[in-house]
Design a protein around this ligand. Structure first.
Ligand code: ADP
Ligand code: MG
Length: 226
C-alpha cells in the first residue's frame, strides 16, 4: 500500500510539471530545428561541422519526442471532454498508427463491442492509446506480428485490451513499468507508460499487464462508467 501511495504522489508532481512546461518548450524546439536545417545546407561548412549539426538534430528530435509523450499529460481541458464509447478513438488510432505498423510488418486488428459510454478527455485517451500502440509495435519491430485492440463491456465498466506478439517482459521488467525514465530502448524516453498509468488512474481505472518473454504482452484496462 505504501508503494501505491508513493506512485500516485509522484504522478501528480510530474503531471503538474508537464502541464506547465510542455507547451512552452515546443516552440523553441521548432525554431532551433529550422535554423539547424538551414545551417546544414550551408556550402561553407566542413563535413565535421555537418556531423555536429546532424547530432544536434537527432537530439532535438529526442527532446521533441519527450514533449510529445507529455503534452496530453496536462490537466483535462473542458473543450476536449466527450461522452462516448471509445469507438471513434479506436478507429482514429488505428488509422494514424497503420503506417508505423506497416513499416515493421505489423498487422492491426480491432474490434469494438462496447455500448457503454464514458466521460473522458479525448486528447488524453488518444495519447494513451498512441503510447500503448507504439510500445506494442516497437516490441515487434524485428519480427513483425499482430497488434490487437479489443474494446468490450463488463457489468458497469469498459474493458480495453491491447495485445502484441512481441518480445514480452519478465516479471521484474513489468514491475518497472511507469517508473519515470524507465526504458530498455536506445532511443526511449521512458515516459509513455507513466502517461498511460496517470491517465487511467484519473478515470478510476485499473491496469493489468500479462506478459511472457518471447511471446508477447497484453495490457488490459478497465474503466468504470462513473
Ligand atoms: P519507452 O517506450 O520510451 O521505452 P515507455 O514508458 O513507453 O518508454 O515503456 C517503458 C518500457 O516498458 C519500454 O522501454 C519496454 O522495455 C517496456 N514495454 C512497454 N510496453 C511493452 C510491450 N508491449 N512489450 C514489451 N515491452 C514493453
Ligand atoms: Mg513508449
Amino acid at each position: 500500500a505504501r508503494d501505491l501511495l508513493f506512485q500516485s504522489e509522484r504522478i501528480d508532481v510530474v503531471s503538474h510539471l508537464a502541464a506547465s512546461v510542455a507547451h512552452e518548450i515546443r516552440n523553441p524546439l521548432t525554431v532551433t530545428n529550422g535554423f539547424l536545417q538551414l545551417l546544414g545546407k550551408s556550402q561553407t561548412i566542413t563535413e565535421e561541422e555537418k556531423m555536429y549539426i546532424e547530432y544536434s538534430l537527432i537530439e532535438l528530435k529526442r527532446a521533441e519526442g519527450i514533449v510529445s509523450e507529455f503534452l496530453a499529460f496536462s490537466r483535462p481541458q473542458s473543450e476536449n471532454m466527450v461522452y462516448s464509447n471509445l469507438e471513434a478513438e479506436t478507429e482514429y488510432i488505428k488509422n494514424i498508427m497503420t503506417p508505423f505498423a506497416n513499416m515493421h510488418d505489423v498487422q492491426i486488428q480491432s474490434s469494438v463491442r462496447n455500448t457503454l459510454k464514458l466521460r473522458y478527455d479525448k486528447n488524453q485517451i488518444q495519447q494513451c492509446l498512441i503510447n500503448l500502440f507504439k510500445n506494442a509495435i516497437e516490441a515487434m519491430r524485428d519480427t513483425g506480428g499482430t497488434l490487437t485492440i479489443d474494446v468490450s463491456e463488463e457489468k458497469r465498466a469498459v474493458v480495453v485490451k491491447i495485445t502484441d506478439t512481441g518480445i514480452g517482459m519478465t516479471k521484474e521488467e513489468i514491475t518497472q513499468l511507469g517508473r519515470p525514465y524507465y526504458s530498455t530502448k536506445k532511443e526511449g524516453t521512458g515516459l509513455g507508460m507513466l502517461m498511460v498509468y496517470s491517465t487511467i488512474r484519473k478515470l478510476n481505472g485499473k491496469i493489468k499487464v500479462e506478459s511472457e518473454k518471447g511471446k508477447g504482452t497484453t495490457f488490459s484496462f478497465t474503466i468504470p462508467t462513473s
